[in-house]
Design a protein. Sequence first.
Length: 81
Amino acid sequence: MKNIINLNIKEKVFKKTHLSILNNFKLEINAGEKIAIVGESGVGKSSLLNIIGLLDTHYKGKYTLFGSLTDNLHESKLAQW
């Protein structure tokens, strides 16, 4: 199966609170896979979805979407996702 999402987050830190979440977090999603994101309140589920949806790019790590490194995508291309 083709790898659609390959996400490797070293760290996500919130500016105001300096709270660090999603440390050393890895996620791979292949074509046709279904996943669920579950967890207690405050563990980073919404932050993770914002990163996956390219709404939040302020984290340390690497994100490959459909074979393209998201760091290298122009804003107009990011908007298409």
